[in-house]
Design a protein around this ligand. Sequence first.
Ligand SMILES: *Cc1c(COP(=O)(O)O)cnc(C)c1O
Length: 462
Amino acid sequence: MKYISTRGQVSPTGFIDAILMGLADDGGLLVPEQIPQLSSDTLKQWQRLSYQELALEIFSLYIGDEIPRADLKKLVDDSYATFRHEDVTPVRRVNNGLHVMELFHGPTFAFKDVALQFLGNLYSYVSKKNNSIIHILGATSGDTGASAIEGVRGKQGIRICILHPHQKVSKVQELQMTTVNDSNVLNLAVEGTFDDCQRIIKELFADVEFKHQYHLRAINSINIARILAQTVYYFYAYFQLANQGHTEKVNFSVPTGNFGDIFAGFLAQKMGLPINKLILATNENNILARFVNEGVYQPGEFKGTYSPSMDIQVASNFERYLFYLYGEDSGIIATLMEQFKTEGSITIPGDVLQRVQSTFSAYSVENETCLDTISEYYEKYDYLLDPHTACGVAAADKLMADGEITVALSTAHPAKFNEAIELRKIEQTYPKQIQALFNKPQFQRVVGGSNEEIKDQLVKFF
Ligand SMILES: *Cc1c(COP(=O)(O)O)cnc(C)c1O
């Protein structure tokens, strides 16, 4: 399988080069040259596969012979052996129509582990195979950093440096990152905000000489390997329901920030998975909900919410969807993205909006509704939702019709966001792995926010 850019200016490249490239060299995003189409026979054959077996089948379609099947199998098995649940991403029935798919059974209790455990192993494999050095540099508002560090800690040929805003991530997130003491991990706590961290990273990656000299690689959610890894659980959820006798199409409700997770669902649908509606849930940072409902893509004012991993104004994966919305026409996408840069918004015509709405429905969840949903599900169903998952569940409650079945994706364990849970006077017991973090020493370096200071630290570390 070859990969091409949504903006059309990159020559088709293989899977491994696509992973290493991250953002396409023309500023676009990489997508597969063709999306594999699955027959209903194939879907039937896959219905009883384990999570790992299913992942192997799906990855094989997108990787081809670039990675021998036995090697790929080992990568998959190693990546999901770290999950605490034998089903990896189990689906639980919560009430008549609503099922919750728990994506938080990985090492850091957030769904990002599903992709980053795999990407970490993949980077390590590539490093060994090509005898190349991989230095990962990333910024995080919490979940990505912890997850990426867990994905590569202790691995040969890889070093990772993560910037986070000093004392501006949740306590559990900070501990998850900074209690790791492997020598290939460097945590820099930046005196500043998440935006400062992101700006520094962007500028260091733009410094091409520095980037090449130090072999810098990215781990952000535009990496196509992350999308592919997330596609697997849409299939797996569908099959779990099918095995219980549900034969109808299902909705998926997805707490959305950068549009990575829900794009994976869109891809699954394009491959032939019988999905009814993709329900796009946002918090009060609702650029994407406004797009689906009104046809205008325009950043609003930043709002702090209880679901900080969805506090996003510009969704980095959105361009991938636009590419398919406009019939894979890279010329149109290049024009639209240029227009977005100069005018600050994109408006689509009515007939195109109709196509959007035949795939997605969307709802923007207010802060109080998020907390109300947590209380309601705790009292009525004895099920504790984290604030991100609560946004997805609230949107599903609002938008699903009678008799439909919806799988709401649970993207984090509630213990990661106790600050919100406490507001509703709900006491939770932390899982022992999280409890144990509070007694461990922390390893991090507090630094100012200048590029020079960060560069200095990196040069010493790499
Ligand atoms: C990253 C994240 C999201 C948003 O996922 P996107 O792929 O960015 O849309 C939702 N919930 C949690 C807990 C996350 O960490």
